[in-house]
Design a protein around this ligand. Structure first.
Ligand code: UDP
Length: 340
């Protein structure tokens, strides 16, 4: 049985030195009904913050936050991050609203660009009026098909501005440039997390279909359907379990005197996609075959974060191994699929 409360407790233990920093504080989380956003809502609510969760529910789901909806210190705002305006003020703003799955952002390219360009500008303005600390959830995709592995924050990226990933990659890169410019111009306290592939319960539970590889392989394996590998499966990713990502994000948000920093958040255990398939087949004890499909255009060949800066600046290091995180996620999916 998957134990959600235990995972929340683990995050709180990991960020214990910052525990008192959010009690009674007003925190706006855009994309708060999404995968990472909803986990942040849960942790901050547990730490007695006043949580304002903004989402347009394009890919986020009320299912992720339904247990919070009737709580006194939680407010759900159904709105578009590009248009949202309020006279209210916040102590912290976490801008996490954006589609992140290649399959889904290619279906909604304009919305993806808008959430990162117009949405970021709009939230930075709100932060400026509020005098809020601002955390932007950027992505390892700003590095594109990186030539330096593990990739440090000072690598500039190798990105195609006119191709199937451009709406996400360039949207995030321009959003980072907005954050930089607000930091330079207004001294707005901004922090940027470049999040590497994250997985765990609630990933990809949307009405738009399963996009991310971990969810696809788990659901295919549990249904004894073929696991679909794009290309030959030698491309790599470094997968981070959700509790480790959320701990890193909150450390980055709450640590004092680190404004204007960009930090990789993820797990540096690199794995080939073919090996990921075999690990999932083993854990699920599945009879599924593996089938190979054409490689995707501009699919990065390797991805692994250099976590030196994260460790030094905010004392971050991931705790959950790939196999342990997959076991938890598989348990959660087993329960979920019974409900579907
Ligand atoms: N992938 C795959 N089969 C699938 C889905 C994804 O082989 O059914 C591969 C994909 O080509 C990529 C990796 O898994 O190399 C991660 O894909 P995902 O869409 O999860 O995220 P990305 O890291 O590319 O943004």
């Amino acid at each position: 049985m998957y134990n959600f409360s235990e995972d929340i407790r683990n995050v709180i233990k990991e960020i214990s030195e910052f525990k008192d920093k959010v009690e009674g504080k007003r925190v706006l989380i855009t994309g708060g009904a999404g995968f990472i956003g909803s986990w942040i809502c849960d942790v901050l609510h547990e730490l007695k913050a006043d949580v304002f969760c903004l989402d347009n529910l394009l890919t986020g789901s009320k299912e992720n936050i339904k247990h919070l909806l009737n709580k006194k210190r939680f407010k759900f705002i159904k709105a578009d991050v590009c248009k949202y305006s309020t006279s209210q003020k916040f102590d912290f703003i976490i801008h996490a609203a954006s589609i992140a799955s290649p399959l889904i952002y290619q279906r909604h390219p304009i919305e993806t660009l808008d959430a990162n360009l117009i949405g970021t500008r709009n939230m930075l303005e709100l932060a400026r009026k509020s005098d809020a600390t601002f955390l932007f959830t950027s992505t390892s995709e700003v590095y594109g098909n990186a030539e330096v592995i593990p990739t440090p924050e000072n690598y500039y990226g190798y990105v195609n501005s006119f191709g199937p990933r451009c709406m996400y990659d360039e949207g995030k890169r321009a959003a980072e440039a907005y954050c930089y410019s607000y930091f330079q111009t207004y001294k707005l306290p901004i922090r940027i997390a470049r999040i590497f592939n994250t997985y765990g319960p609630r990933l990809d539970v949307s009405n738009t279909g399963y996009g991310r590889v971990v969810v696809k392989f788990i659901t295919q394996a549990l249904k004894n359907e073929p696991l679909t590998i794009y290309g030959d499966g030698t491309q790599t990713r470094s997968f981070c379990y959700i509790t480790d990502t959320v701990s890193g994000l909150l450390k980055l948000l709450l640590k004092k005197n680190i404004d204007g920093n960009v930090v990789n958040i993820g797990n540096d255990e690199e794995v080939k996609i073919i090996d990921l398939a075999h690990i999932i087949l083993k854990i699920t004890n599945s009879k599924s075959q593996i089938v190979f499909q054409p490689a995707l255009k501009d699919d990065p060949l390797r991805r692994r974060p250099d976590l030196t800066k994260a460790k030094k600046l905010i004392g971050y290091s991931p705790k959950i191994s790939l196999e342990d995180g997959l076991r938890k996620t598989i348990e959660w999916w087993k329960e979920k699929l019974k409900l579907l």
